[in-house]
Design a protein around this ligand. Structure first.
Ligand SMILES: NC(=O)c1ccc[n+]([C@@H]2O[C@H](COP(=O)([O-])OP(=O)(O)OC[C@H]3O[C@@H](n4cnc5c(N)ncnc54)[C@H](O)[C@@H]3O)[C@@H](O)[C@H]2O)c1
Length: 286
């Protein structure tokens, strides 16, 4: 018997990276999946987002576990799209128990800068709230909501002249802090219904978001066109443990735990999976 056997999970940003890993791990533990992803680029971001083929690959991987999946293109900035996918998904799969609101973009070096600001706030903050609000009417006792923050939300990069302290980069921090506060308040309000809400904060995670030009530039501002080989030696600066990054499955394991009955009394938690990054950079307290 899987740890989330017979449950249905809604995962945003599921075409690749952490979202794909969460969908597959939850399916391995017995959940059916409703997956969405934008499946095209957001122009102000200087790196490529997922494509429909990526979402199809997530669907293949989930189906290989023997579970069912509804995988649709949808933009978390558009609440109506999420409501429509959820209505169809719940009609097909019969229920909804788990929400993993984790679609996100990294705005550092985004251009034009103030467009990047808006796109990051709209996706990472409003998009997270849209996904959770769209799901709430379907959730009942025992349900679990998990949003993805970032250890970046716990640091004061915004106050520095560090790389990434541009409008898109600051929006990233503002959005992640905002969603953390939103989940905190939400958890308080839904506790009486025995529905839980928590935030998971990853450090550097080995996905296409981290392995992108804007991120390389944030780690190596001294170079005009830094490569992965230039940036990787600097990645460990984010963690107290001597590691460059964690893998998506390290976050998925926390997601499965928080989604399962094992965490039935854990709510309002800000759970860091960060190789001790917070210990090193703890100038912001949530
Ligand atoms: N990779 C890291 O180092 C890191 C660290 C901390 C937090 N995070 C957070 O983890 C989450 C997952 O990121 P990832 O590392 O897997 O990166 P990723 O870029 O590989 O995956 C993000 C997914 O979200 C999708 N997406 C983006 N905007 C969307 C929108 N408006 N609507 C629907 N889907 C959209 C993308 O197409 C992509 O498939 C994000 O919220 C990110 O901020 C990442």
């Amino acid at each position: 018997m899987g740890r989330v056997e017979g449950k249905v999970a809604f995962v945003t940003g599921a075409a690749r990276g952490q979202g794909r890993s969460h969908a597959v791990r939850l399916a391995e533990e017995g959940a059916d999946i409703i997956a969405v992803d934008i499946c095209h680029d957001i122009e102000s971001m200087g790196y490529r987002l997922a494509r429909r083929e990526d979402l199809d690959e997530t669907a293949n991987l989930v189906e290989k576990t023997g579970r069912r999946i509804i995988a649709e293109q949808a933009d978390v900035r558009e609440a109506a799209q999420l409501r429509s996918v959820l209505a169809a998904g719940v009609a097909e799969l019969g229920r909804l128990d788990i929400v993993v609101a984790q679609a996100g973009i990294a705005g550092m070096s985004g251009n034009p800068p103030w467009q990047a600001w808006s796109d990051v706030i709209d996706t990472n903050l409003i998009g997270t709230i849209n996904a959770i609000q769209a799901a709430l009417p379907y959730l009942d006792e025992g349900a679990s909501i998990i949003a993805t923050g970032s250890t970046a939300a716990l640091m004061d990069v915004a106050k520095t002249d560090q790389p990434g302290a541009d409008p898109g980069g600051i929006a990233y921090i503002v959005a992640k802090r905002g969603l953390s506060q939103y989940v905190h308040e939400l958890a308080t309000h839904i506790a009486a219904r025995k529905i839980r809400a928590n935030v998971v904060h990853p450090t550097n995670c080995n996905t296409d978001m981290l392995q992108s030009e804007p991120m390389y530039r944030a780690f190596r501002p001294d170079l005009e066109h830094p490569t992965r080989a230039d940036a990787e030696p600097v990645f460990p600066v984010q963690q107290a443990m001597p590691i460059p990054f964690i893998e998506p499955v390290d976050i998925s394991n926390a997601i499965v735990f928080l989604a399962s009955e094992e965490a039935r009394y854990i709510t309002g938690m800000q759970l860091r999976v960060d190789g001790g990054g917070y210990l090193k950079w703890y100038d912001y307290h949530i």
